[in-house]
Ligand binder design. Structure first.
Ligand code: GDP
Length: 205
């Protein structure tokens, strides 16, 4: 049994919400971004990982669904809730804006250390997910995939999805993957450990 790890993310505080990457806070320190198709369970995961029940509700505010939302952890570290994607019948122009915003952010953000990519375990590797993985591969950005709502499948079936995706992603060293359930609190510590590594918290810092 592992020791329970410290939750550094409980200190998360809303910093700002911006409609495009160009308006993001000064690009310094360390940032980790969360991305996922809308309804993948991003808000629930952010709330579970930080241990703050209502932290990510801002992203649901009408008019802000396409915003990048920044949370501070401490003076130098931030979490970012990237706009969800995949609302039914999004106009082409909105799609284009989203593509350009994501690409710019992932390619140019110096403080970005890693991306947490959320996929509903019942519908992994959507077009959106593959697009994000492609951009991350291009910029050598580390990605940690959370297969969300793992409680929706039996344990064996969930493990099969995990193993299948691990096989599919074999050889892509910058990608790791795990099971996650906000409802059952499965994989929360594992996700925090990954964040700790990227944030530089690992050595008791
Ligand atoms: P977002 O749009 O990606 O921020 O997704 P939400 O966090 O709002 O979740 C979308 C829906 O999935 C909501 O109805 C949640 O209650 C549900 N959901 C999120 N996480 C879990 C989970 O771990 N297990 C189950 N069964 N449902 C979940």
């Amino acid at each position: 049994m592992q020791n329970k790890i410290i939750n550094h993310y409980q200190q998360a505080e809303f910093l700002t919400s911006v409609p495009k990457a160009a308006l993001a806070p000064t690009d310094e320190g360390i940032e980790i971004a969360f991305a996922g198709r809308s309804n993948a369970g991003k808000s629930s995961a952010l709330n579970a990982i930080t241990g703050r029940k209502a932290l990510a509700r801002t992203s649901k505010t009408p008019g802000r669904t396409q915003h990048l939302i920044f949370f501070t952890i401490d003076e130098t570290r931030r979490l970012v809730d990237l706009p969800g994607y995949g609302y039914a019948k999004v106009p082409l122009q909105v799609k284009r804006q989203w593509h350009s915003a994501m690409e710019t952010y992932l390619n140019e953000r110096q403080s970005l250390r890693g991306l947490i990519l959320l996929m509903d375990i019942r519908h992994p590797m959507t077009e959106f997910d593959q697009q994000m993985l492609g951009w991350c591969q291009h910029s050598q950005m580390p990605v940690h995939i959370l297969l969300t709502k793992a409680d929706k499948l039996k344990r064996g079936a969930a493990t099969n999805v995990l193993l299948g995706l691990q096989r599919q992603l074999q050889g892509q060293d910058h990608i790791t993957i795990q099971l996650f359930s906000a409802n059952k609190h499965t994989g929360v510590d594992e996700a925090r450990e990954q964040l700790d590594k990227w944030m530089g918290f690992s050595q008791g810092g």
